[in-house]
Design a protein around this ligand. Structure first.
Ligand SMILES: Cc1cc2nc3c(=O)[nH]c(=O)nc-3n(C[C@H](O)[C@H](O)[C@H](O)COP(=O)(O)OP(=O)(O)OC[C@H]3O[C@@H](n4cnc5c(N)ncnc54)[C@H](O)[C@@H]3O)c2cc1C
Ligand code: FES
Ligand code: FES
Length: 474
């Protein structure tokens, strides 16, 4: 496998399942990248990953502790050492001047994330720069000094005049000179994860684990993957992307949450997409986590799963032989963590019917922490109106049963009803017959049932504020 690590060309036969963090620290002895949680949660291990597309570099942040080495193939990996120059960069200087670093353990991650923002921001804004660091946790500073550092940096970034961002960033000493030649060097670097690809088996006959971004697998069973080969799906161009026509929208299984946000078509379909996406994980995890990973992980609270259930989506599964079958997503989940997929099948696409101007969609999530937390309960709704009557409705709910739930009875109950607060209040009785929450760290079963009731009300208040007011549901 080949890639560029900072300014060095790398050729390695290390297993694709090894984490990028271990490769960086223990094979290349670059100790600037820190180890905190090893679960994608703290951002101490953040690196930038640059890919070449149509002659231009696109850099995104990733948490290297849960990134398989295979996902580095053909890319430019940037650690803090690759950003360091004899003098401090404007990002580093802003942190020093604002007192944005104390013990310093988190600082590398923050600097890398913010430098990544400088490499990509088309219209620099304070809000977006802060979002770029939403996967980084600091235990010392209380964040205020980091916010001040960011504000002063964004002021400087707005001075960009040149169309060639990389040139400007080099001239202003944000990044070292070697960035200039990365596109030419990467064009000569093999993008293939060498012998790792294909839907094959390991020498012992066991099937290689399919890995998307690794954000579930490396948290749940890292020891199974770290020493071995994997089947990397993340960069498979045949499985990545969103295609839309008048009738339907089809999404490749390796499409990431960030891809959704960057898709003009997807933003047109879901005008509130940015608001929903902000509720899901953090910037680096959104850069890594794929839709296929979320569906197959089969968590009862998977946000993308709940989102797509309410779109009444279908998944297409493919065998290595090329045989395909398509089923409704709601039929994919059988019981806790049990899905309708054989060992030799993988998800190829998920698709849903496009909707017109009388169709409305909303997604809601409640978690213990507003950001970077999994849901206590989440829910989505899609409904089509004919006048004041609900012509069609699909409601999903997570965290209230052993599988991500499609609320079939409730959806059937509301179909044909007039859109009134009374109808929604009456539907709550039906909801209670089809959920079975359990008490756990995220709340008691009674609390979760209550949360779902509130989320259902929230959908209607959000979508039809003129008809539904909070007081009506008191
Ligand atoms: C810090 C952190 C925060 C998170 N926050 C959230 C959150 O807020 N909401 C949320 O929903 N999730 C969250 N997650 C979970 C995770 O990011 C998502 O579930 C993500 O979509 C998983 O995608 P992946 O590509 O990383 O999956 P991977 O870990 O690569 O794979 C997961 C499973 O899917 C299988 N797989 C992947 N693609 C396919 C395919 N095409 N066909 C068949 N099998 C496949 C893999 O073999 C594996 O079993 C979080 C994770 C972390 C680490
Ligand atoms: S070590 Fe905490 S996110 Fe990687
Ligand atoms: S400066 Fe100590 S953790 Fe941030």
């Amino acid at each position: 496998m080949e890639f560029i690590l900072n300014d060095r060309s790398i050729k390695t036969d290390k297993p694709g399942g090894m984490t990028l963090l271990d490769f960086i620290r223990y094979e290349k002895h670059l100790m600037g990248t820190k180890i905190g949680c090893r679960e994608g949660d703290c951002g101490a291990c953040t690196v930038l990953i640059g890919s070449l597309s149509e002659g231009k570099m696109n850099y995104i942040s990733m948490t290297s502790c849960i990134t398989p080495l295979a996902n580095a193939a053909g890319k430019h990996i940037v650690t803090i050492e690759g950003l360091n120059m004899p003098e401090l960069s404007p990002v580093q200087r802003a942190f020093v001047e604002a007192g944005g670093t104390q013990c310093g353990f988190c600082t590398v991650g923050f600097i890398v994330s913010l430098s990544g923002y400088c490499l990509t921001a088309k219209k620099p804004s304070y809000e977006d720069a802060i979002t770029a660091m939403d996967g980084n946790i600091c235990r010392c500073t209380g964040y205020k000094s980091i916010e001040r550092a960011t504000a002063s940096l964004v002021g400087k970034l707005k001075e960009i005049t040149s169309k060639n961002r990389i040139e400007w960033l080099i001239r202003e000493r944000f990044i070292p000179q070697y960035f200039q030649n990365i596109p030419e060097r990467l064009a000569l670097t093999s993008p293939l994860a060498s012998n790792l690809g294909g839907e094959g088996r390991l020498p012992n006959g066991r099937k290689k684990s399919i890995v998307g971004g690794g954000t579930d697998l490396y948290v749940q069973r890292p020891e199974e993957l770290e020493g071995g080969e994997v089947d990397p799906f993340f960069d498979r161009s045949d499985l990545r992307g969103i295609s839309v026509n008048n009738a339907s929208c089809s999404i490749g299984t390796s499409t990431t949450v960030t891809d959704f946000l960057q898709s003009v078509e997807f933003r047109d379909i879901f005008p509130e997409l940015k608001k929903y996406v902000k509720l899901i994980s953090s910037t680096p995890i959104r850069n890594m986590g794929t839709v296929g990973g979320n569906l197959v992980n089969a968590s009862p609270i998977g946000d993308l799963t709940i989102f797509f259930l309410a779109l009444n989506s279908s998944v297409t599964l493919r065998r290595a032989t090329g045989q395909k079958r398509t089923i409704l997503l709601r039929d994919f989940y059988k019981k806790y963590k049990t899905i309708d997929k054989t060992d030799d099948e993988f998800i190829e696409t998920i698709s849903f019917n496009m909707f017109g101007k009388d169709t409305f969609f909303n997604f809601e999530k409640v978690s213990k922490r507003t950001n970077l937390d999994i849901a206590s309960v989440n829910s989505a709704i899609q409904l089509t109106l004919k006048g004041d009557v609900i012509k069609q409705i699909h409601i999903s709910a997570g965290g209230v049963g052993p599988i991500p739930l499609y609320l079939k009875k409730t959806s059937a109950y509301l179909t044909g009803k007039e859109l009134t607060p009374d109808a929604v209040i009456a539907a709550i009785e039906v909801v209670l017959t089809e959920i079975s929450p359990i008490s756990d760290a995220r709340g008691s079963k009674e609390y979760k049932a209550l949360l779902l009731r509130q989320l259902l009300f929230a959908h209607f208040i959000e979508l039809f504020p003129e008809k539904f007011e909070m007081e009506k549901f008191a």
